[in-house]
Design a protein around this ligand. Structure first.
Ligand code: TRP
Length: 332
């Protein structure tokens, strides 16, 4: 089992990012050989301020390590340091069909009414993503539901390449889809996703928030006056309550019904302090590691450079195989 996954570097990571992608990645390290990367070459398919992008790459890498990605056990790097990614992506552009790409719903959403004004990179984005995983013979790719179609495209590209050139070069990757039950919503509005772009900072818990502020945000989180029931279906129509119970359960690694079993009949006056304690307990060590890493930016660069070296070595045979299959001579 070889796991490969990427995440776009953004600033301001919050609890939703942690409980969604990052915590899953951390756990995967016990189950498989893992490669995790910052998809910075995907990030440039829309305009990003260069200085900000550079800062976000380092910040995100530091967050991943602080959250428990172990750069000795896993291979962690940023895409731009491994030229095999864009190289293979170009080779695969000869195999990917325009008709397949035209069906990608994410491109349709992101380009909206202005398809003509979207970058070529945004259109070709899923081919780079296919290269990201095929390069390493990934067997499993943890992604959110929104990326499932891109993974299916990667399988189609792999199959067509293997068939057209009569090789057994690429492994077909299986998506591992995260459960949407763990969707973390805004603390101010249970119907909106927790988001870094919400104008209210009270709507989210940032991984960099001071511990006191975390407790304050939980205290001020929107709720209702009803006591908690003993099962999740009974929370229907109480989006804010459901969200807080979901956060607690995910943090504790418990089923939501088990959490409710303990708090049934009690109100938020009892539940919120318990949630705040659990959050503080989780975030305190993460924040301490993050502060240490931030104090030494050279360390993160060294981690990423070493990860890139290891990734490049692992990618080399597959990339060679692709050039060879295509009849492209290279090297001395
Ligand atoms: N497109 C993914 C996202 O936005 C990020 C990504 C890029 C990725 N390359 C990948 C995820 C390869 C898994 C495997 O979430």
């Amino acid at each position: 089992m070889r796991v490969v996954s990427g995440i776009q570097p953004t600033g301001n990571l919050h609890l939703g990012n942690y409980l969604g992608a990052i915590m899953r990645w951390v756990k995967m390290q016990d189950e498989a050989e893992c490669l995790f990367f910052l998809a910075d070459l995907h990030a440039i398919t829309v305009y990003n301020d260069p200085a900000e992008l550079a800062a976000h790459i380092r910040e995100m890498a530091a967050v991943l390590v602080a959250c428990g990605i172990d750069p000795d056990r896993s291979i962690m790097f940023n895409q731009a340091r491994v030229p095999a990614h864009p190289e293979l992506a170009w080779l695969l552009n000869g195999t990917a069909r325009i008709g397949w790409m035209n069906r990608m719903t994410q491109f349709k959403e992101k380009s909206g009414k202005n398809r003509e004004g979207a970058s070529v990179g945004l259109f070709a984005y899923p081919v780079l993503m296919a290269a990201d995983v095929l390069l390493y013979q990934a067997t499993h790719v943890p992604v959110g539901e929104d990326q499932k179609q891109h993974l299916e495209l990667a399988r189609d590209i792999a199959t067509k390449f293997n068939t057209d050139y009569d090789v057994e070069l690429f492994t077909l990757p299986e998506p591992l889809i995260g459960k949407t039950a763990a969707r973390i919503m805004s603390l101010r509005d249970g119907s909106a996703k927790m988001s870094k772009s919400d104008p209210s900072d009270m709507s989210r818990i940032n991984l960099t928030d001071d511990i006191d502020l975390v407790a304050q945000k939980v205290r001020k989180a929107k709720t209702d006056a009803e006591p908690l029931p003993d099962n999740m279906p009974a929370l229907a129509g109480r989006a804010e309550a459901k969200n807080l119970v979901g956060i607690y359960a995910t943090l504790a690694g418990e089923a939501p019904d088990a959490v409710l079993g303990r708090f049934a009949g009690q109100g938020f006056g009892a539940f919120k302090p318990a949630l705040a304690d659990l959050l503080v307990e989780t975030l305190r060590p993460i924040k301490a590691r993050l502060d240490a890493l931030r104090a030494d930016p050279g360390e993160i660069d060294r981690v990423l450079a070493r990860g890139a070296e290891r990734a490049a070595a692992l990618a080399a045979p597959t990339l060679e195989g692709a050039y060879k299959a295509l009849g492209l001579p290279r090297g001395g």
